[in-house]
Design a protein around this ligand. Sequence first.
Ligand code: PLP
Length: 379
Amino acid sequence: MQVRVVIGEQADAFRREFYPEAGLSEWNDWRWQLRNRIRDQEGAERIFSLSDDERAAIQARVNQLPLGITPYYASLLDRADPGQGLRRTKIPSLAEFEHGPDEVPDPLGEDAHSPVPGLVHTYPDKVLFLVSDFCATYCRYCTRARMVGAGEFLPDREMWEKAIAYIEAHPEVRDVLLSGGDPLILSEERLEWLLARLSKIPHVEILRIGTKVPAVLPQRITSSLLDMLRKYHPLFFSIHFIHPDELTPEVGHACAMIADAGIPMGGQSVLLKGVNDDAETMLRLNTGLLRLRVRPYYLHQCDPISGSAHFRTKTSVGVDILRSLHGRTTGYAVPHYMVDAPGGGGKVPLSPDYVEGREADYLLLLNYEGKQYRYWDPE
Ligand SMILES: *Cc1c(COP(=O)(O)O)cnc(C)c1O
């Protein structure tokens, strides 16, 4: 069978320079991408001119979130400039070792809301199922830095069985969100086993997969994967994107395949200082996602995990970005801005305030241009 290889110019030039031995079919093979990830100082030095800070951070890490970057995603990073936003989210810096006020390893209190290992039940009718601790590429601001990449193991059937038994015993659970670690790194066989088991539970109405794979390893989105997934509808994807530079031809091709398989895609971003914390970047990201049929869903405030202060903005920055989008562009391109309440309080939406107050029977409304309007709304 002839497989169409989609490769952008940037990635292709990168492949020829740094992986001259790899043909297009190898580059396009997701397992080749995983095997050839940049995982240590030597691998990073071969491609990037590391700053002293980055080098020291890579050397210093003990039992911390590992370094792991697919060759494909490395092709998007600036090889000379340690200040480039995308590069800062993938190559560690010493700032990760600074512990800011109110930072903790598990800010969302997930461990406390975990009835069985790997399952988080915070809300009434939905559960978060952490299926593995493995990701194709590790994000330095990861909410689950405490657990991902630790041993790069895949949880065994026994652990999954316990989580499934919990869901079976809780008829109020109608929505199961698979995350981790990245569920799309599982083999098709293991993932199908899981989806088949979950979809047989009568009260489970929808399945969701939270993933960054389409952005960091678009080669994983194969027709064989999608032929399997489409058997388990209604199935949704929440895809983690942070920057318009991630929307390459490869990613466009992967998203088209996902959409054509009938899987609705939501976009999830994290607001990151110096990476995407301005109105222009967010406009390009969110309108770019719509072109790929990905509906921007959440913009997350960066959670206060230990050593993440260098990424966190004030919440007013997020609110101002929403204000800049609302009314100026397609409503579909405006995500909800969410702050996770510390200790397991769940997600809280923050939004710009468009109500100025009341005047007798009128509500005073502000439109997107800041003009005031009186709306008849008697008590
Ligand atoms: C975010 C989250 C969900 C899913 O929330 P939605 O708002 O429905 O997308 C479910 N469980 C936990 C613990 C979560 O953190």
